[in-house]
Design a protein around this ligand. Structure first.
Ligand SMILES: C[S@@+](CC[C@H](N)C(=O)[O-])C[C@H]1O[C@@H](n2cnc3c(N)ncnc32)[C@H](O)[C@@H]1O
Length: 372
């Protein structure tokens, strides 16, 4: 048999995710796109996709994706890092190849190609973000046409450097704002969830065909939209064969209206105003609940959270079938756990995360059969 030619490896990529969601994003990369996850660190997943093309922009759990220039785990926190950043940028990254990949995935916009640098830093370093940006700029000298104008924002090419403690990672952004914000989500309100977090919750829910999927406090419909999108991917586009019902409601009729606007283009949803403390659903009729109830600080008094969660859990238990799964994002996990304690629910997952700097937890439970 003729020896098959070895395919050249695709270049590595890295993704920014909400801290705590690295494993779920890695699972999406591996299972839905194929390839290899090289490394996970706080808020970052480094991977080598099986195929690097526009499909990568279909990742749902990642905030942004980049082609990989260089990376290190050994920043010293001292100002000597600045010379390393300059040197690695100048010598280690194959910028012509990375730019070619960028242009193949992000078609050139009208007008002149512009560029900018984005530097993110967390941790206590002996240098400022401004200094790291300067070091990056020095390393980039001569790596792209000098005629490209530098832009404040909306640049066609963005060179990113992310520094989290001793980790530094640098490359070119290949996603745009649609990866994190979605094109379908046009209506928002302040407590509305980031779609990438909702996409992670949808994955934790283990959606299957022939299910009733409910978000009892749906806000503007982010979670339902992400459940639909994931189900559609699993169904390879055939939602008639998938045969599931996506149901949502909210106490605030205005939120229900906004959810309707967001979800109209996406698929078929049943939405109505309701009180999740008295769900107008049949007992044992629901397979999946995926929900982000209000955080204590979103209520008029934080004490309201205890009775709200207690009544909400009682209602969820009533409408869930045995074997149904509830995936809940909460900022007061102890209150939710205490509300769930007296029911026959088995904890499947407890995933602390940070959303825009705030701690929260994704909790998943399965309703078990009552004890004999
Ligand atoms: C944190 S927000 C959910 C955000 C939603 N996941 C989104 O992305 O838009 C909580 C929602 O719960 C709703 N809510 C509060 N109490 C409720 C209740 N008793 N029944 C139903 N909805 C309720 C609020 O109106 C709000 O829309």
């Amino acid at each position: 048999m003729a020896k098959s030619k070895q395919q050249p490896e695709e270049p590595a990529c890295w993704a920014i995710v909400h801290p705590g969601l690295e494993d779920i994003a890695a699972d999406e990369i591996l299972r839905d796109f194929g390839g290899e996850v090289k490394k996970k660190s706080k808020g970052i997943v480094v991977f080598r996709p099986k195929r690097l093309d526009r499909d990568i922009l279909q990742l749902r759990t990642t905030e942004d994706v980049f082609v990989y220039g260089w990376g290190t785990d050994q920043l010293s926190y001292r100002s000597t890092d600045l010379e390393s950043i300059r040197k690695w940028t100048a010598l280690e990254a194959d910028w012509p190849t990375l730019l070619k990949i960028h242009h193949s995935i992000r078609p050139k916009p009208k007008g002149k190609t512009s560029w900018r640098m984005v530097v993110q830093m967390t941790g206590e370093h002996g240098y400022r973000r401004y200094d790291a940006t300067k070091a990056l700029a020095k390393g980039l000298v001569g790596k792209f046409p000098a005629s490209w104008p530098e832009a404040e924002e909306n640049a066609s090419v963005e060179f990113w450097l992310t520094i989290h403690g001793s980790t530094g990672i640098c490359g070119i952004r290949i996603s745009d704002r649609n990866m994190r914000h979605r094109t379908w989500k046009v209506e928002h309100f302040p407590a509305s969830l980031r779609p990438t977090v909702a996409a992670c919750m949808a994955r934790v829910a283990e959606l299957k065909p022939n299910q009733v999927v409910v978000d009892p406090m749906c806000g503007v419909g982010t979670i339902l939209g992400e459940c639909w999108t994931l189900a559609k991917r699993k169904a390879r586009g055939d939602m008639a064969a998938w045969n599931s019902t996506f149901l949502g409601g909210d106490l605030d009729p205005h939120h229900v209206k906004l959810a309707g606007t967001n979800l109209r283009e996406l698929g078929e949803f049943e939405l109505r105003p309701w009180d999740a403390r008295r769900l107008p659903l049949e007992p044992e009729s629901v397979d999946r609940i995926v929900c982000n109830p209000p955080f204590g600080k979103q209520l008029s008094t934080p004490e309201e959270i205890v009775p709200l969660y207690q009544q909400f859990v009682r209602n969820m238990d009533r409408v869930m079938k045995v074997g149904a799964i509830a995936v809940l994002l909460v900022a007061e996990p102890a209150v939710m756990k205490e509300s769930i304690r007296k029911y026959d629910w088995k904890q499947l997952r407890y995933q602390p995360i940070r959303i825009l700097g705030q701690p929260a937890v994704i909790m998943a439970y399965r309703k078990e059969p009552p004890p004999e």
